[in-house]
Design a protein around this ligand. Structure first.
Ligand SMILES: O=C1O[C@H](COP(=O)(O)O)[C@@H](O)[C@H](O)[C@H]1O
Length: 324
């Protein structure tokens, strides 16, 4: 798929998005080559370097359950990682202002990995001065059970690249207790989350009964894993606990704690940052229409009950999506 194909898909859909979907199916108005396998309806295309797309209503698809009607999914494709980072910073700052005004706090959940570098523009003007960092409460969607100064620590990565550069109060940064076993650290983290819900720092989803974080900033591995929920691992199906653990992660280090899918899926907003050709296969499986519901990757199981999931991608990551 060339960029021009993406751009023309976006151009086609810009006019489509003005059509009332109740009167006319957007998909039926897409030019024939795009129609058959175009699950995403572009919202706008303000420049050749960006395409903003939203799934057609049918994308809420057979695999979604009742109650997910309020969920929204967007796909943004950037020419350059620099543009992605700028857009991610802008979106995060907007959400920070919105939730701080609405709730008095902004609960932000970080992953490790490549996501962290994409946050760098938040540490620069205008965001460094404009964001009310005193409202931020920071959590990890997954963490490796290693010392905080270990090269594999997601805390260390975030601290070095992001948290040390912005004035979030230290008491509002919730690292795991790495002195405990994986099981103990998961239990301890869940206990602390429950207390923060009682204290009114973290909201609760009235729909799911799980905590509702304002924004999860997450990456995805080349195998389609999110957090430390790996394909085929039984913890992917955990539906009671808020936080669980693995001791046999296929990606080192083996011992980790992770939010469970019900918690991830109760978020108000998720920004899923996925770049590079190495992730194109998982992106294709997750976003193409040819979905096999019996063999879902963890990323395919990310489906917000009542919130907005936005994929921040680049051309390489979506290069196997023939529908664009
Ligand atoms: O192990 C992990 O991997 C994923 C993906 O990392 P990436 O470098 O491929 O983006 C990350 O989201 C997760 O937090 C981390 O523990």
């Amino acid at each position: 798929m060339s960029l021009s194909a993406v751009a023309s898909a976006a151009a086609a859909s810009t006019s489509l998005s003005s059509v009332n979907p109740r009167r006319s199916s957007p998909a039926s108005r897409v030019p024939a080559p795009l129609r058959r396998s175009l699950p995403w309806r572009p919202l706008s295309s303000s420049s050749s370097s960006r395409s903003l797309l939203r799934p057609v209503s049918a994308m809420a698809s057979p695999r979604t359950a009742a109650g997910e009607a309020a969920s929204r999914k967007n796909l943004i494709i950037f020419d350059a990682e620099e543009d992605l980072a700028a857009s991610l910073a802008k979106r995060t700052a907007e959400l920070s202002a919105r939730f701080a005004a609405e709730r008095g706090t902004f609960t932000v959940v970080l992953s490790g990995g490549s996501l962290v570098k994409a946050l760098r523009k938040l540490t620069e003007p205008p965001y460094l001065e404009a964001v009310d960092w005193s409202k931020w409460h920071v959590f990890w969607v997954d963490e490796r059970v290693v010392p905080k100064d270990h090269a594999d620590s997601n805390y260390k990565l975030a601290s070095d690249e992001f948290l040390s550069k912005v004035p979030i109060p230290a008491g509002q940064v919730y690292a795991i207790n790495n002195a405990l076993s994986a099981e103990g650290a998961a239990e301890d983290y869940e206990t602390r989350l429950r207390q923060l819900v009682k204290d009114g720092v973290i909201g609760m989803s009235p729909v799911t009964g799980f905590p509702k974080f304002d924004l999860m900033l997450m990456g995805m591995g080349p195998d389609g894993h999110v957090a430390s929920l790996f394909p085929g691992h039984p913890v992917v199906h955990e539906n009671q606990k808020w936080v669980t653990f693995v001791k046999d992660s296929p990606k080192p280090p083996p011992e980790r704690i992770t939010f469970t899918l019900p918690v991830i899926n109760s978020s108000a907003c998720i920004a899923l940052v996925v770049t590079g050709a190495g992730k194109a296969g998982a992106v294709h499986k997750a976003l193409s229409e040819e979905q096999n519901t019996s063999d879902l990757l963890p990323v395919e199981m990310v489906s917000l009950q009542d919130g907005e999931l936005t994929w921040f991608t680049d051309k390489s990551a979506v290069s196997m999506l023939s529908s664009l």
